[in-house]
Design a protein around this ligand. Structure first.
Ligand SMILES: Nc1ncnc2c1ncn2[C@@H]1O[C@H](COP(=O)(O)OP(=O)(O)OP(=O)(O)O)[C@@H](O)[C@H]1O
Length: 412
């Protein structure tokens, strides 16, 4: 990265050189200012060529991802969203060493969507929030009360005892962030300071003179630097960042965000520390650039993944066409309509936990009743291509023979 920090100018040149550079940066027309204190000074960043190039890259990737997304069928989209939400919740928990399994998240997600009952409560609200994000049904918080509501939902059931907020909405005591070994940051010292920080976060989020992606990452910085709660700040802050991305880009733009942050955890932590270093005098340019880089990487991953799924789905359909035409194949004289159902189960096998699909979902996907679908799944089970994995609700997945038949055994 070519951008020189004020700290390095101080070390390599002198105090007066750093003073002069800070003055130039703060008064530059490319500077964005926030009424938010980092230590003793106010936060600012420069919109550098790096920032602009990254924003452009994100927009190009976003366009590609959106095109790929729009070309998927409704059933595939719903499977895909489910699998990505499971990964997202698993990853955001993992960053904070909160233990969760993909299977339990899958179960609560199904319960949230009303496709399966579940006794499980953990992560239910979080699953509901992410599902609503994917469905494009979420409004951004506009007040301090809204932020507290989001926090309660994201961390529902996870915060106990001394970690429960003890102020009007936020914490009143101190909170320290560690990188696993040493203390790297102390949150705002009082509830009043927390409120002031979050008010500025909300104000700038609506400020259209700042590029929306810069606002999204600046909001993330202000939220985490303030650290309004004793516990759950990381998860709540990343959810709010996902929400901002879903609004400024598209409902699926955030789908690989936490997984990408998890793979770049040390870069993510260092970016915060860089902005907080007193020698950098409130200059958050490196933080903004690093976070835009992580978002661009997440979008890139999403595109590659979507492209891979496209190729796999096309392969399934190509295989099915060939099989239909072959005189002797395991699909010969299959009950009319069973092929289409095999295709749906084949698509489901490409996504998500266990590659299973419910009777309900199959029926909805092909616009038929469950009574129509049921005998056809019996036929597919009899032929050894599909197996039932649960009775309540009825779920199916491909057998090894089925996977082979559809060309899915040698997956990329
Ligand atoms: N130097 C820093 N300054 C501000 N925020 C930081 C810094 N380093 C990391 N963070 C943010 O703080 C989060 C971790 O904070 P902490 O360990 O206090 O977790 P938490 O409040 O318990 O939240 P959760 O349980 O969701 O992680 C990170 O995920 C990141 O978002």
């Amino acid at each position: 990265m070519s951008y020189r920090t004020l700290k390095s100018i101080f070390h390599q040149k002198s105090l007066s050189a750093a003073d002069a550079e800070e003055a130039v940066r703060r008064s530059s027309p490319a500077a964005v200012h926030w009424d938010f204190q980092i230590g003793e000074v106010t936060m600012f960043c420069l919109l550098t060529p790096d920032t602009v190039v990254l924003i452009e890259r994100i927009m190009v990737l976003e366009n590609r991802a959106r095109g790929l997304w729009d070309s998927l069928s409704g059933a595939v989209r719903s499977h895909y969203l489910r699998s990505m939400i499971i990964e997202e919740i698993h990853a955001t928990n993992e960053i904070e060493s909160v233990y969760s399994t993909r299977q339990e998240i899958a179960e609560v997600l199904d319960a949230v969507k009303g496709v399966a009952p579940s006794e499980r409560h953990r992560f239910r609200e979080m699953a509901r929030l992410y599902q609503a994000l994917g469905d494009g049904e979420v409004a951004a918080p506009e007040s301090l009360d809204d932020i507290r509501t989001v926090y309660d939902e994201v961390t529902d059931g996870e915060i106990t005892g001394a970690d429960v907020p003890d102020g009007v909405r936020f914490r009143t005591g101190t909170v320290r962030i560690t990188d696993g070994q040493k203390i790297v940051h102390e949150g705002a010292p009082s509830e009043e300071r927390i409120e002031a920080g979050l008010e500025e976060m909300l104000r700038q989020s609506a400020d259209e003179t700042i590029p929306s992606l810069v606002r999204a990452v600046a909001a993330h910085f202000i939220f985490e630097s303030t650290h309004p709660f004793y516990d759950g700040n990381g998860r709540t802050g990343r959810y709010l960042l996902a929400l901002d991305l879903s609004r400024s880009l598209s409902p699926v733009a955030w789908l690989s965000l936490s997984a990408t942050i998890a793979d770049n955890k040390s870069r993510y932590y260092k970016a915060f520390q860089n902005a907080e270093l007193s020698l950098n005098r409130g200059d958050a340019t490196i933080f903004v650039t690093e976070m835009l880089g992580i978002i661009a990487e997440a979008e890139g991953r999403l595109c590659s993944d979507l492209e891979l799924r496209h190729r796999q789905i096309s392969r399934v359909f190509a295989r099915m066409t060939i099989l239909e035409e072959e005189a002797e194949s395991p699909l010969t004289r299959v009950v009319k309509g069973a092929l289409e159902i095999l295709g749906i189960i084949g698509q489901a096998s490409l996504f998500g936990v266990g590659g299973e699909v419910e009777l309900d979902v199959i029926a909805r996907s092909i616009g038929r009743t469950k009574q129509y679908v049921r005998p056809r799944t019996v036929d597919l089970v009899d032929r050894g291509l599909v197996e039932e994995t649960s009775g309540k609700p009825l779920r199916f997945r491909l057998t090894e023979q089925g996977r082979e038949l559809l060309g899915l055994s040698d997956e990329e």
